[in-house]
Design a protein. Sequence first.
Length: 149
Amino acid sequence: MFDVGAAELLVIVVVAILVIGPKDMPAAMRTAGRWIGKLRRISSHFRSGIDEMVRQAEIEDMEEKWSQRNKEIMARYPTGGEPEGGAPENILPAGEGMEPLPPRSAPAVGDTTAEAAVNKVDRPASPRAEPARSTDEPSLPFDEDGKDR
């Protein structure tokens, strides 16, 4: 864009002070700031409009490609069924020993293996249970109720 260095800016300020005068300089700076703000808003609005037009053009292009691809697919598979030439009957080779898994069944009521598995699980101590006292820790001068001894 415009390349205004420090020397050029200093010349512009000195000329502005000489021409406008120090008395009217604040009003001139406000006016210049308003113009610059308007230019920025207009350029931002213009840029967003151009970006929107480009995005709409890209969307229309993609919709056209999708429509053409959809027409190709519909021409190839008019009934929506099998593709031309048919689908393979068995995807896996025969004799590989792959059989479906048996259906899941709920364990019987008196199933001892399930009961044994449940009994093996270590259950955490209840939160109300007293913590185990260690002999390494000194005892506090309070009894269990929290009163002094």
